[in-house]
Design a protein around this ligand. Structure first.
Ligand code: 13P
Length: 254
């Protein structure tokens, strides 16, 4: 099974910072075996083309977009479409991150439309789901994420579902104000997601305060096929170390 190790840079990095990071990654990977580890990087829209261009000799790294509209073109000021991000070099589209749901009005309905548009253009949707702290405190984590996933993936055929990545990112675990999730807290939601989607999607990823100390443990949770990482991977050294941890994990698996 593939082990996915990806990062979204969120609203960070200039073009020169982006190309320096991507160039460093290409240098690190040259001549290196990754086994079943699949790296991906999701820059801000301004840097997708430059990152894809910098990584052109390293097709093992998938480049993505943090968002794309459900329509192909039109009067949608400020938006970019799936064909546009594909043209820039993106092969993954991140959809429904909690920061977009909270601040930019993403709903289960727009998320579903974006998943469908991404699949229609042959790109990989990276569907983000996750519950807020109050839902978790009330014991509702698993029901919440199953519901979000069901709404986003409603009506897909088995072949389409097989191209989808799902990232479970509990909102309470994400970003500067988040706290790293303990393994025990993640076992139940991943068991449920694994039961519902495990063999039917391309991968189930975990995201939220992943760091160099907890990455190996998180990869060991049943049904976790990879990690989706913010802050720890924004410095190239952090990302490279995560790749090494993942290669070790993939090699050691029975
Ligand atoms: P952090 O790893 O910085 O908590 O961010 C996770 C995330 O939101 C990735 O999309």
């Amino acid at each position: 099974m593939t082990v996915w190790i990806g990062t979204s840079w969120k609203m960070n990095k200039t073009l020169s910072e982006a190309t320096e990071w991507a160039g460093g990654l290409a240098e690190f990977l040259a001549g290196r075996q990754l086994g079943e580890v699949q790296p991906f990087v999701i820059p801000p829209a301004t840097a997708i083309a430059a990152v894809a261009q910098t990584l052109r000799e390293e097709p093992r790294v998938l480049v993505g977009a943090q968002n794309a509209h459900w329509e192909d073109a039109g009067a949608w000021t400020g938006e970019v479409s799936v064909p546009q991000v594909a043209d820039a070099g993106a092969r993954i589209v991140e959809i429904g991150h909690s920061e977009r749901r909270e601040h930019f009005g993403e709903t289960d309905e727009t998320v579903r439309a974006k998943v469908a548009a991404t699949l229609a253009h042959g790109l990989v949707p990276l569907l983000c789901i996750g519950e807020p702290a109050d839902v978790k405190d009330a014991g509702g984590s698993t029901a919440h994420v199953l519901e979000q996933a069901a709404r986003a993936l409603e009506g897909l055929e088995a072949e389409q579902l097989g191209r989808v990545l799902i990232a479970y990112e509990p909102i309470w675990a994400i970003g500067e104000h988040g706290r790293p999730a303990g393994v025990a807290e993640l076992e139940e939601p991943f068991a449920a997601l694994g039961g519902a989607y495990g063999h039917r999607v391309a991968g189930l990823l975990y995201g939220g305060s992943v760091n160099l100390d907890n990455a190996a443990q998180l990869l060991g949770i049943a049904h976790v096929d990879g990690l989706f990482v913010g802050r720890t991977a924004w410095r190239l050294e952090g990302y490279l170390r995560l790749l090494e941890i993942a290669v070790q994990h993939a090699t050691a698996r029975p």
